[in-house]
Design a binder for this molecule. Structure first.
Ligand code: FES
Length: 154
């Protein structure tokens, strides 16, 4: 993205929020929706246009788990590592995904297809181990089962 495009993306979102400094979280959320993640150039541009120190923008962007400073895959995989899922074998499912995709948790595949993360309890403990891909909930997951589930995603 060129510097001009960066400026325009940020300006567009700021205009919507009236450049209200108290809405920094909402502004970053909208920028992330526009671009898919929050590259450091965007954080710098946001700080500049808002008149907010970049260090403050950066600390907000790194504080909230919903924000990503690196490019994410088209499909976000969340493996539940809550107690119920853990005792039902979530670790083995997670390890199988890491092995299949050749990434560790917190990482994105090189082809930008998947990002792998973990969560703690999604409220479906009886169906554990739970793996959530995008908006799809996959319950009673096994290392073998997850391999075929991953193939359903393009
Ligand atoms: S512990 Fe996984 S859904 Fe509750």
């Amino acid at each position: 993205m060129s510097p001009k495009e960066l400026q325009e993306k940020v300006s567009k979102v700021l205009k919507k929020h009236g450049n209200d400094k108290s809405l920094l979280v909402d502004i970053l959320q909208d920028i992330q929706t526009e671009i898919g993640y929050l590259p450091k150039e965007i954080l710098a541009e946001t700080g500049k246009q808002m008149g907010v120190p970049v260090s403050r923008v950066y600390s907000v962007a790194t504080f909230f788990k919903a924000f990503s400073l690196t490019e994410r895959g088209r499909h976000l995989i969340n493996v539940c590592m809550g107690t119920a899922c853990h005792v039902r074998g979530a670790v083995k499912v997670l390890e199988k995904i890491e092995q299949e995709l050749n990434i560790n948790r917190g990482e994105t595949t090189k082809d930008l297809k998947f990002t792998l993360e973990t969560v703690n309890c999604v409220g479906a403990c009886a169906l554990g181990p739970m793996v959530i891909i995008g908006k799809d909930y996959h319950g009673e997951m096994t290392p073998e089962g997850i391999v075929s589930v991953l193939k359903e995603y393009n």
